[in-house]
Design a binder for this molecule. Structure first.
Ligand code: FE
Ligand code: FE
Ligand code: ZN
Length: 277
């Protein structure tokens, strides 16, 4: 069965998110670990986590893809911003262990003028200081559009970060369909070719999750404006190909589309119906 869900509000805690996911017909979901603009995280409520773990186990809600705050930039030219990101990443990964064996996805960062190579080194250096052999969470680098000084718009850049990280088995990649499309990878006309390239450069064994979004813009536009499934330039057929691609079978597909609950439930239902697994 297709593993699919959407990005949910986290303010009411873990059990509330699991119930919310179930209501939408989802069997996975994403959430921000704290305010998406950063800042202090709410304390973990251990009894909530306990109920959440029992609830999700019974219903096979799994492979959560937590999302780091957008303000986390491990390769800013400003040291205080790098430190702010470092602190959030470290704290978030400790919190993730309350819900073991899930994924934590982050935007690699924007080098803000330092150059891609320096950016890559700074991102990897932070990861090397924070990752531990004991952690059960897999940390995912998200594929980006490459707008501005964003790192991760090319598969080669993600590979370079991974190469610099010592604890390789704690790392992976999350492929965002809107981002790769906007970044110039034509997943509509050549999905096989794009995934072959991903495999050659990064390795498909390192792909743990997919963000399933349509795009408001044409391939290569580098804009990063998500659209509802089937209402953008990728289109429904293109997205259906993605959920049915054998190389992506079993991965969690997370919707980050501009929708209300009812529309999310409809997108989930629609993709389930179109999926052959
Ligand atoms: Fe993201
Ligand atoms: Fe995304
Ligand atoms: Zn995006």
């Amino acid at each position: 069965m297709l593993r699919i869900g959407n990005h949910l509000p986290s303010s009411k805690g873990y059990l509330a998110m699991a119930k919310h996911a179930e209501k939408l017909g989802a069997n996975t979901f994403a959430f921000f670990t704290r305010n998406p603009r950063g800042g202090a995280a709410k304390a973990i409520d251990e009894s909530d986590v306990e109920k959440f773990l029992a609830y999700t186990k019974e219903r096979d809600i799994d492979r959560l893809v937590a999302h780091a705050p957008y303000t986390m930039n491990l390769c800013s030219v400003k040291p205080d911003i790098r430190q702010f990101g470092f602190n959030m990443l470290k704290d978030d990964l400790q919190r993730m262990e309350y819900t073991p064996n899930q994924y934590y996805n982050f935007h690699p960062g924007s080098h803000t003028g330092q150059g891609t190579e320096t950016g890559i080194e700074q991102i990897a250096a932070a990861l090397n200081q924070i990752l531990t052999p004991e952690q059960s969470t897999i940390v995912l680098l998200e594929t980006m559009t490459g707008k501005g000084s964003e790192i991760g718009g090319r598969f080669e850049e993600l590979r370079a970060i991974l190469d610099h990280v010592e604890l390789q088995d704690k790392m992976g990649v999350c492929l965002d369909t809107c981002h790769v499309w906007d970044g110039g990878y034509d997943i509509v006309n050549d999905l096989d070719g794009v995934l072959e390239e991903f495999d050659k450069i990064i390795g498909l064994h390192r792909l743990y999750a997919v963000h399933l979004n349509d795009s408001m813009n044409p391939c290569g536009a580098r804009k990063d404006r998500h659209q509802k499934l089937g209402q953008g330039h990728i289109g429904l057929e293109g997205l259906i190909q993605v959920v049915n691609h054998p190389a992506l079978k079993g991965l969690p597909f997370i919707l980050e589309t501009p929708n209300e609950d009812e529309e999310y439930a409809e997108e989930i239902r629609m993709m389930r119906e179109a999926c052959q697994w």
